[in-house]
Ligand binder design. Structure first.
Ligand SMILES: Nc1nc2c(c(=O)[nH]1)N[C@H]1C(S)=C(S)[C@@H](COP(=O)(O)O)O[C@H]1N2
Ligand SMILES: [Mo]
Length: 326
């Protein structure tokens, strides 16, 4: 996210990139498996196929057969996905979260459910992990700054949790509140944003099967810098909608405030759908740089409407003026 300058494209060269052909082969394999999973329709699914980096605890999953949950795009090397991050609680440079987020304490984590639901209460991480079958979904993620990644997430549809807590008829929005602990997060208390970092979705967006509660990536639990132990991943919206290290989920009648909208309302709206036709006030959104393949020299690729998920989510916005509701 860029608030103070427009220096968002200073991608660092990275010499530690997995050769493209290794991923290309793996992609073919994954696609064949996904096709098989659809054919089999057994409900059992196939084991995840992403090679684990072997850095953190394994988090097993099956390849998701959900439409949109697999892509032919080459996954971003783990090295890039875990060292080029936005997590402002730990600093504003892309390399800051990987360097500073070791202080985040994820033990004893729980998520509070509150607001307009029949079953409010506190859910411990262990129970959240067991709430639904873990799936591997490979999502394209695009930051509003103009770069993107392709990440194999591990988790399940947020709708599984929402169904369990039974929203009331009056619930129209879901607010996501993330951890703001000044003792372990060095930038909480700074004036960059108002803390805690919060985000929000319309209830139907939150219920969309592609909206994912993620606990891991690349077959392992999330590294702290990627939002451990639980975060949101919303692939058709700009990256900032995917709140990290969530501690509270609140169901509301009115549209909740969101961190970036509060910081710069004319630049960041509530919807924040990836839309190449609506420029950011300070730069174009027509293309993006895919992190990983080529570092600073990476080729720009065209940005797709709804980040390529138009077939799955386009109907959510039928009749909405997307230039006004940006
Ligand atoms: N709590 C919190 N969540 C956050 C952010 C943040 O600063 N704090 N940054 C957002 C932005 S701008 C992006 S692009 C994504 C980046 O996720 P990644 O580092 O896992 O790729 O996280 C989002 N979630
Ligand atoms: Mo972002």
């Amino acid at each position: 996210m860029l608030i103070r300058s427009d220096q968002g494209f200073n991608h660092r060269a990275n010499s530690d990139i997995t050769p493209a052909h290794v991923y290309a082969r793996r992609r073919e394999f994954v696609q064949q498996l996904a096709a098989l999973a659809c054919l089999a329709g057994s409900g059992q699914g196939l084991a995840q196929t992403v090679q684990r980096p072997g850095k953190l605890a394994a988090l097993n999953s099956v390849v998701s057969a959900l439409p949109g949950a697999q892509t032919a795009d080459t996954p971003t090397p783990y090295k890039n996905a875990s060292t080029y991050n936005n997590f402002y609680e730990f600093g504003t440079d892309k390399s800051d979260p990987a360097q500073n987020a070791h202080s985040l304490k994820t033990q004893g984590w729980s998520v509070e459910i509150e607001g307009l639901v029949k079953k409010p209460g506190r859910l411990h991480l262990e129970d959240l992990l067991k709430l639904s079958a873990m799936e591997e979904r490979i999502y394209r993620m695009r930051c509003v700054e103009g770069w993107s990644m392709v990440i194999p997430w591990v988790g399940y549809s947020l709708s599984e949790l929402i169904k369990k807590v039974e929203p009331l008829g009056s619930a129209k929005y879901v607010e996501f509140i993330t951890l703001a602990d000044p003792k372990t997060m060095p930038y909480v208390g700074s004036r960059i944003l108002s803390w805690p970092y919060t985000e929000g979705l319309r209830l139907d967006e939150a219920m969309h099967p592609l909206t994912m509660l993620s606990f891991g990536m690349y077959g392992e639990v999330l590294p702290n810098q990627n939002g451990a132990p639980v975060r949101l991943t919303v692939p058709w919206k700009y990256g900032f909608k995917s709140g990290k290290s969530i501690v509270k989920i609140r169901f509301t009648e009115n549209q909740p405030a969101t961190a970036w909208n509060k910081a710069a309302a004319h630049e960041y709206g509530f919807y924040s759908n990836v839309n190449p036709n609506v420029d950011h006030p300070r730069w174009s959104q027509a293309s993006e740089r895919r992190i990983g393949d080529g570092g600073i020299l990476a080729k720009k690729v065209k940005t797709l409407m709804f980040n390529g998920y138009e077939a799955q989510v386009g109907q959510l916005y039928a009749g909405l003026d997307l230039t006004k509701n940006f």
